[in-house]
Write a protein that binds this ligand. Structure first.
Ligand code: ZN
Length: 214
């Protein structure tokens, strides 16, 4: 599927709360059932892996700012994967906590914030890249030292300013521009209740880089 550079709103299990290992399949199923029950999604789209058309409940749970949303909710009869100009949802999961964009930080515009001191972990983008390069931890539990408060913090626990996230379950909604739409509190609560873990969301154009479990 050619999804590169399509704007999207992505929901992610909240990374500061480590989800229980080995439960991603089970929890992802529960999340899918809840999305169907809320009619946020409908049946799977034939020819698009892990993807679903959006249902009647979508515009009740996701609120678009400004005037009427310019999104196409109708799934076409035949799918041209080079021309995905309608909105749909894709559900992805990995067994272990993973960064949605891997360690490719080229899509980031802003330096992430430290959740300890609430300030940027580095004064500018280059200083942040330098911090990453100075880190010697393994990829799965990489830590950096926040330049503002001098505390060692896990990358997974940084506040990425709604640009990316670490998680093990992701719900992507295609064709939502950055900050064009936000979920209701009730929707995020539904996700938390069904998965027993908190969720967050972010906006991106870039495809996920992690290895999706089979
Ligand atoms: Zn700090």
């Amino acid at each position: 599927m050619n999804t590169h550079a399509i704007n999207r709103l992505v929901f992610s299990t909240y990374s500061a709360s480590q989800p229980a290992a080995g439960t991603a399949d089970l929890v992802a199923n529960k999340v899918r059932e809840k999305l169907l029950e809320l009619a946020v999604i409908q049946e799977p789209i034939i020819g698009l892996k892990d993807s679903y058309g959006l249902g009647d409940g979508f515009l009740q749970q996701i609120i678009f700012m400004g005037c009427s949303p310019a999104i196409e909710l109708e799934v076409p009869d035949s799918i041209d994967s080079n021309e995905l100009n309608f909105s749909f949802a894709r559900l992805l999961h990995v067994q272990d906590l993973a960064p949605f964009h891997g360690y490719d930080f080229s899509a980031l515009q802003q330096v992430p914030r430290c959740r300890q001191c609430r300030r940027s972990v580095a004064p500018d983008r280059q200083a942040f890249i330098d911090l990453l390069e100075a880190s010697t931890n393994t990829n799965t539990d990489k830590q950096i030292v926040c330049r503002a408060c001098n505390t060692a913090v896990r990358l997974a626990e940084l506040d990425w300013r709604k640009q990316t996230a670490w998680g093990n379950i992701f719900i992507e909604i295609f064709h939502v521009y950055p900050h064009e739409a936000v979920p209701t509190d009730a929707f995020v609560q539904h996700l938390s209740d069904v998965s027993q873990t908190p969720w967050e969301f972010f906006y991106t154009q870039a495809d996920p880089q992690f290895i999706v479990s089979k």
